[in-house]
Ligand binder design. Sequence first.
Ligand code: CP
Length: 307
Amino acid sequence: MAGLPYDLLSMEDLDRPQIEAVMARAAFYKRKVFAERARMDVLAGKTVSTLFFEPSTRTRCSFELAAKYLGAEVLNVEISTSSTAKGEGLKDTGLTLQMMGVDLFVIRHDASGAANLFASYVEPPVINGGDGMHEHPTQALLDLMRMLELMGSVEGRRVAIIGDISHSRVAKSDCICLGKMGASVVICAPPTLMPENPEALGAEATYDMDRALDGADVVMMLRLQLERQRAGLFPSVREYHRLYGLTPEKLAKAKPGAYVMHPAPMNRGVEISNPAADGAQSQINQQVACGVAVRMALMDMMIGEGC
Ligand code: CP
């Protein structure tokens, strides 16, 4: 089996055989957990700590459940009531938890690069649960898993990633991951939400949503990250929805039956309409189940019997 790197901080850390190995193990765990309702003990005696300096429902809860399904102890650090609130820095928080016997850290932070910095301070492996505008590698892996479940392979498939690309860690991790797996990725945003150097993501770039949708097998919508925006990047939310929001009419411009994805949380009525989010082509809820399986696979392969 392809071994994994010590830390998982970026999709750059994994090569294609390693990604394929994670996908195979995640498929195994998805069957075990959701079809057989099995609980395992491959992480018995291990402690996983989640440190979320930024809000999260999916990533934090799925890491917690994934660790518990594998038999680990889970230490969720409540940042607002921890010594961080008294000004303690990342290094001292990390070293303190390390000395309590943590075997693996999962960190989310609003600062780009915080996961790398944290990993430089602590001895146990670190998984990046999303750091600022940098990366969200486990989201990219779960997105890939759902695509593989639906299409078998993404080789040669066209994936349109549409929305707030410049602020999106998901877009960056998805582009790297899908590129390694042979997909053809097109990114689409208004000029003010497109990165300065879109070619660096290895994707075709366009400001025209119809062009992005043309021939797309998968339409990945991104949340408009109002919390990361400086004012004035687009005239109004209504204007944004008209030009870049996914509706059934816009979706009809993609390949027939194209799959709709979104990392969530969604701004319904902004980047995606209710009928598009809840329609038969939507995979948004199924992505969540893949998230549990992918995180089980990673933790097993990094600190469990599968490492
Ligand atoms: N997709 C994602 O990272 O969701 P959360 O912010 O709820 O973890």
